[in-house]
Design a protein around this ligand. Structure first.
Ligand code: TMP
Ligand code: ASP
Length: 239
């Protein structure tokens, strides 16, 4: 399968059309952005690492009954994916308070939450991805009905159950993450975009070290070294 026309360029990926109208090629870029692209950078090989990490995680989730857009990973930084219409809601799942949750609500950084928190943010850079509630989602026609929001929450919680356990076995604490969903031609809701250290927070269970994009956000050192370690642990065989 070959890339044809550039359909869309986001901050971390480019999407190309292919000869199959139902499939696209996603190219993972080395670019790093934070704070709605106010801070920009790049590390050679970052895109390839995220492509490999997301490939493993999407396949793990498929094996656990979560449908995804992934068809196959083609090479280091390209994936063949099903064409979907992205639902413009960034679904954030949190196990531990940090980041914008601590900032917005004053919850102590690092505090374990008494239950898994699922939040919706509007995927709109011009508006700086504001947090939104169910009624906002309906008001903006982001989904068809409240039932679809429940589906998003349910899938997000299931993804968390699978990934939290998977990473705990690899001594990484899954602190929080963001996922995006899309609808295919049949109207099925598929996990889309990517799951990588760009879109998750991982804290090393033994050292507390941050192993994700917070390294870039907070100038904590090489992103690539940490992402390589995350991939290495993902590839470890565990029972
Ligand atoms: P936050 O604490 O900044 O709201 O981030 C929550 C999670 O979502 C964290 O794992 C990082 C991820 N995230 C993205 O993937 N993209 C974004 O644009 C933002 C703001 C956060
Ligand atoms: N993804 C957002 C940006 O690129 C924000 C972030 O991840 O911190 O600006």
């Amino acid at each position: 399968m070959e890339k044809r026309e550039l359909l869309y360029e986001g901050k971390a990926k480019k999407l190309y059309t292919t000869e199959n109208p139902d499939q696209l090629i996603a190219e993972f870029k080395d670019d790093l952005t934070a704070f709605n692209a106010e801070k920009k950078g790049s590390e050679q090989g970052k895109g390839a690492l995220n492509c490999q990490i997301s490939d493993r995680l999407f396949r793990l989730l498929e094996a656990n009954g979560i449908e995804t857009h992934l068809v196959e990973t083609l090479d280091q930084n390209h994936q063949l994916v099903k064409k979907v219409e992205i639902i413009p809601i960034e679904v954030v799942v949190r196990n531990i308070a940090t980041g914008s949750l601590s900032k917005r609500l004053g919850i102590e950084d690092g505090k374990e939450l008494p239950f898994v928190l699922v939040e919706f943010y509007l995927k709109d850079d011009d508006l700086n991805d504001p947090i939104i509630c169910d009624d906002h989602c309906l008001l903006l026609d982001l989904v068809e009905d409240r039932g679809e929001l429940e589906v998003l929450r349910e899938k997000a919680r299931k993804i968390n159950d699978v990934l939290k356990d998977f990473f705990a076995k690899r001594r990484l604490n899954l602190v929080d993450f963001k996922v995006e969903f899309g609808k295919d031609q049949a109207g099925d809701i598929l996990l889309s975009d990517e799951i990588s250290p760009d879109s998750c927070r991982f804290w090393d269970m033994d050292t507390g070290e941050k192993m994700d994009k917070d390294r870039f956000r907070q100038n904590l050192g090489s992103v690539k070294v940490a992402y390589e370690e995350v991939l290495k642990r993902i590839l470890e065989e565990k029972k």
